[in-house]
Design a protein around this ligand. Structure first.
Ligand SMILES: *Cc1c(COP(=O)(O)O)cnc(C)c1O
Length: 387
């Protein structure tokens, strides 16, 4: 079955209990047991719910894993996965990992005596050099945020296997439509379903898929034991969003490619980061391990004044943190996602005061380009006048 069909029929969208064409929201905290000697499939809402179960099966099928889990947010999913580890363990994580993950690792998990090395995961030699006798896992996020650096999933998984480490991948940016890490050897895939999977900027959610049953059992213990499960209404919203994932990404990715190429030629844009551009250093690897380049790109307009003036002048994209929605979202990493990072380190990673991230939505691409064009013209005029 191809992906588009799988989205709708991979895990039957039909409610097995009633035949309803959309899985109903089973708004129940507990489940009557008809016979104490023969417990039903569901007993208590934290431990299991048919609406949540449907979403968990759907994502497991799409990622090609054996078990899926829905959490209250992407961070609940990520922190849940890190609960697999114990005091004395060591983990390897990208230096440009998502800010919330960095905060969890350095401010919370560190208190439990779990050590983390932050390395440039695009360089396998750096990962290899960081492996210690107590290392237990390699965590990957590819492409990374906001400069879209690409890490070789198959190579990392091979290295991990050789050292009996788990490979964990945050697949939020590309979704299983474009990239399926489990097929490349990873053990666990994580999503902030708040982004492309939910897709409508109306729900905060997280998903985890494990490749094998045993890891699935361990993760179920954590999900049920810690209790950060996704509420049933939100499960329904995520399933609703998931059905159109391919259609949305087809359009947004096509537009992102067009916008990236246009920005790349624009005189007021100094640099564009998009893996679809042949000049991007991760371009070839991305083409090999993923089937698309996704809908997120970043571009550098040179300085803070230009960026600020552009944010003031754009009319279509909303200005916000987050990405992966039907509407385009423009964000400013230096003051949003990476505000907590020391300026020196930010600059070293290309997160300059002129860097802007664009998550392309479903607006007409010519309208988006026209909007950016007028905003760049206003910004340039303003900055010239101020000189
Ligand atoms: C947003 C995001 C997260 C965190 O997810 P929440 O749903 O906001 O908790 C994790 N990883 C990546 C790559 C993200 O973009």
């Amino acid at each position: 079955m191809n992906f588009a069909t799988k989205l709708l029929h991979g895990r039957s969208g039909i409610d097995p209990f009633t035949g309803a064409s959309s899985i109903p929201i089973y708004q129940a905290s507990t489940f009557h047991q008809f016979d104490l000697d023969q417990p039903g499939v569901y007993d208590y809402g934290r431990s299991g719910n048919p609406t949540r179960h449907a979403l968990e099966e759907a994502i497991a099928v799409l990622e090609g894993g054996s078990r899926g889990f829905a959490f209250a947010s992407g961070m609940a999913a990520i922190s849940g996965v890190f609960m697999l580890f114990s005091t004395g363990d060591h983990l390897i994580v990208p230096e440009d990992v998502y800010g919330g993950t960095y905060r969890f690792l350095t401010k919370i998990l560190s208190r439990l005596g779990i050590e983390v090395s932050f390395v440039d995961t695009t360089r396998i030699s750096q990962i290899e050099a960081a492996i210690r006798p107590n290392t237990k896992a390699i965590f990957i996020e590819t492409p990374s945020n906001p400069t879209l650096k690409v890490t070789d999933l198959a190579a990392v998984s091979r290295l991990a296997k050789a050292h009996q480490l788990l490979t964990i991948v945050d697949n939020t940016f590309l979704t299983p439509y474009y990239q399926r890490p489990l097929e490349l050897g990873a053990d666990i895939v994580i999503h902030s379903a708040t982004k492309f999977i939910g897709g409508h900027s109306d729900v905060v959610a997280g998903l985890v898929v494990t490749k094998d049953e045993e890891l699935g059992n361990q993760l179920y213990l954590i999900q049920n034991g810690m209790g950060a499960v996704l509420g049933v209404q939100d499960c329904w919203l995520v399933m609703r969003g998931l059905k159109t994932l391919k259609s949305r990404l087809d359009v947004s990715t096509h537009s992102a490619g067009k916008i990236a190429a246009w920005l790349d030629r624009h005189p007021h844009v100094q640099r564009v980061y998009y893996t679809g551009l042949a000049a991007h250093e991760g371009h070839e690897l991305q083409e090999r391990q993923a089937s698309g380049h996704g809908a997120v790109l970043s571009f550098d307009v040179g300085n803070r004044d230009m960026a600020k003036a552009l944010f003031d002048a754009v009319r279509l994209p909303i200005v916000a943190v987050s990405l992966g929605a039907v509407e385009s979202i423009l964000s400013y990493p230096a003051m949003m996602s990476h505000a907590a990072m020391p300026a020196e380190e930010r600059l070293e990673r290309g997160i300059t005061d002129g860097l802007i991230r664009l998550s392309v939505g479903l607006e007409d691409v010519d309208d988006l380009i026209a909007d950016l064009e007028q905003a760049l013209a206003i910004a340039a005029a303003k900055c010239l006048a101020n000189r």
